[in-house]
Design a protein around this ligand. Sequence first.
Ligand SMILES: Cc1cc2nc3c(=O)[nH]c(=O)nc-3n(C[C@H](O)[C@H](O)[C@H](O)COP(=O)(O)OP(=O)(O)OC[C@H]3O[C@@H](n4cnc5c(N)ncnc54)[C@H](O)[C@@H]3O)c2cc1C
Length: 429
Amino acid sequence: MEDFDFIIVGSGPAGMGAAFSLIEKHPEARILMIDKTPYSTGGMRNDCKMNFTFPIGFPLEYWDQQSADRYLEQVTRFLKPTILPKSNIATYQARAERLGCSLLEIKQTHLGTDGGLALIKELQQRLKDHNVTLALGETMTDIDNKEKCITTDKRKIRYKAVLIAPGRQGFHFLQEMMQRLDVRYVDNILDVGIRVETRIEHYPIVKDYYDPKFYFKEKVRTFCTNSGNAHVVREKYATARGDVWYSVNGHAFAANENNNNGLVNFALLKTVRFTEPLASGQEFAEHLGLMAALMGGGKPLMQRVGDFRLGRRSKNATFNGDLYDFKPSLQGASPSDISLAMPSKILRYIWSAMKNLDTIVPGILHPSTIMYYPEIKLYANKPEYKDDHFQVAEGVFFAGDGAGTSRGITGAWASGIRASEGMSDYYLK
Ligand SMILES: Cc1cc2nc3c(=O)[nH]c(=O)nc-3n(C[C@H](O)[C@H](O)[C@H](O)COP(=O)(O)OP(=O)(O)OC[C@H]3O[C@@H](n4cnc5c(N)ncnc54)[C@H](O)[C@@H]3O)c2cc1C
């Protein structure tokens, strides 16, 4: 059986943060990084918009300003981002405050889906240059912490310390690993909402601030804004029984004069926290996703604001034309009535946020604006960690979005560094 000092499962930002930190601490160590895909499948591969200001991407259960800033400084030093310029922020902030809302000013950079891929390739090369073994296209399936070995679809491998950072898509897998390791966890929080798509002239703030972070009452916020060469996409999920549903999402390629569809999209999400008797936010999310899939003939739903305001469904025959003057960038969605599929309390808060947003940045309620549903974020596994370095069992560490320690690329990278410190201590014991 092969033997490594450190195994890192997942080559997303959490895995990368840990790998480069371990290389620095233990240049002699044998490090293996495994990923089931050739290039990581999360935010670095899709849009790669990075935020460098607390609390964006840093769940408050695990981070305070001081600790996040300390790690963010390391992330910044490594990634050397070019921070995007912003303008007219005070005007938008004053308008938001008058309504009891707020606009956070965040340091951001945007590489785009193509720029993100280039970054991943560069990082992989740097890992190889440091003698890290990359096993891409290999999937971890099991762990035996008594034997200190993991099983993949190809082999068994021994470790001294292991980091499992499988991202949001690894939500189910991580739950299986927690059951295997006897780690207690809850997943009682989720974000549910819509993705809004409109013409840039109806949301011109994006010319002043690439990804504006608005916070509204009742825990509703804007999230992941894309513009220029921007597209709405769908992500496929399956329940444990194999029933398929979709969440929508958005991304952009780097825009240039020849490559600009003139559209903007962003999520409006409401955070929902469950208490007893419902323990699993994930199961709740699956029911919402399945309901939407049922109504949409297996696809997510979309509705023009003009139809929504009149209380009528959008239809294929009337989806484009006259005031409905741009084609949806997502072809795989069904014109429908989102209010039939969405819990009314969530819809009420989201619609209230839309109205506030239209007062701060007039235009978003143009009849042509499209609301896609559902957009659901399933990253709220909350394991019982044994220490501040996200150790869940002797020598086993979790980090990143799937483990609830982050909600974005920079937070995931910081989580990886933080976990690597615990891995290093464990290795030296
Ligand atoms: C479409 C999309 C766009 C996003 N855009 C942004 C953005 O622009 N900015 C931002 O800050 N955040 C974005 N996010 C959120 C972002 O994914 C995360 O915040 C960040 O990538 C999380 O990093 P991570 O390392 O935890 O997981 P990931 O980046 O998801 O990486 C986890 C890796 O683990 C691998 N893996 C999973 N299970 C296994 C297994 N069993 N064996 C082997 N490998 C496995 C996966 O293939 C994956 O490559 C986006 C997410 C998605 C899905």
